[in-house]
Design a protein around this ligand. Structure first.
Ligand code: R5P
Length: 292
């Protein structure tokens, strides 16, 4: 029996955490500027976001689907609630006329040539995030990894800098090659990131007990997509994640590596904001793909 089934009751996933006066849990006691940045990143009507993650190049170079962000991603901007990218791509490729909120990758230092990619540092000054009119910054933490203490310290420094200027910090639960991806691990890592000050947390979906991950994390969770899956599977994962308490998604490869990225992001939007069922969303995807 999955662990969540044995222990699930203690998490009371059916009872939402109160957030008096604001639409996002854990965020109601922040100042106006930080709340305003959150209200631009997350849709206040649905309480959710479709963030498009295109930051992969900071670690994997010209990733499949991101070889030409000007050609593949800029046309998708109208279809997302926010873009998660590096400041390099923002300055060089993303039109400054864009009204979309930008969340900036704030860590760096390792890449795919290295055995262990968790050896990161803060790679952006908070002053630059403000200069770029960012709506948030993101940094990953490998809980249980070799450089865990440094990763945690990087995030807490960023949180301190962010609080000074009203900048939300998205803590990302990165997973090392040999780490187990289950609810127990993600409950641990999401909760640690929230306790240490992350404004919201990005994590992966797990089939068993994801609702215990979201309900035991006192701040919003957005779901990372992971490796490219067939569209119906990716839509099912996004559906299950939001139905089980995620405040949306921060998906990359399952959108930009699709044969029809515009159709796919429209289908993801329908799942996240309108609660469309996976089969209906897949039908929408196929019809938009045919008519593109
Ligand atoms: C990975 O380098 C980044 O943190 C991505 O933003 C994250 O993994 C989400 O992208 P994907 O949906 O492709 O996993």
């Amino acid at each position: 029996m999955p662990e969540a089934d044995k222990e699930g009751e203690r998490y009371q996933a059916g009872t939402p955490q109160a957030a008096p006066g604001f639409f996002l849990k854990g965020s109601h006691q922040f100042d106006w500027g930080l709340k305003n940045r959150l209200a631009r990143t997350f849709n206040p009507q649905s309480g959710r976001t479709v963030m498009l993650a295109v930051d992969h190049g900071y670690i994997t170079g010209p990733t499949a689907g991101l070889e030409r962000i000007d050609l593949s991603i800029v046309p998708l901007l109208p279809s997302c609630d926010a873009l998660f990218c590096t400041r390099g791509i923002l300055r060089s490729v993303i039109p400054a006329e864009s009204q979309k909120p930008m969340v900036l990758r704030a860590s760096g230092g390792a890449n795919i040539l290295r055995e262990d990619m968790s050896d990161e540092e803060i790679a952006m000054d908070m002053e630059d995030a403000v200069r770029l009119n960012a709506c948030g910054v993101g940094i990953q933490v490998y809980i249980g990894g070799e450089f865990e203490t440094r990763n945690v310290h990087n995030m807490t420094r960023l949180v301190d800098q962010g609080l000074r200027v009203g900048m939300p910090v998205m803590g990302i639960t990165a997973v090392g090659k040999n780490m187990k991806r289950d609810a127990q691990y993600f409950r641990l890592s999401c909760r640690i990131l929230a306790e240490l000050g992350a404004t919201y947390v990005k994590t992966y979906f797990v089939e068993d007990g994801f609702e215990t991950v979201t309900s035991s994390c006192p701040v919003p969770i957005v779901m990372a997509g992971g490796k490219k899956l067939p569209e119906l599977e990716a839509l099912t994962m996004a559906y299950n994640a939001v139905q089980q308490g995620a405040a949306g998604v921060d998906m990359g490869r399952n959108i930009f590596q699709s044969d029809a990225p515009k159709a796919m992001i429209a289908a993801v939007n329908a799942v996240v904001h309108q609660g469309l069922k996976p089969n209906e969303a897949h039908h929408l995807f196929r019809s938009l793909k045919t008519n593109k």
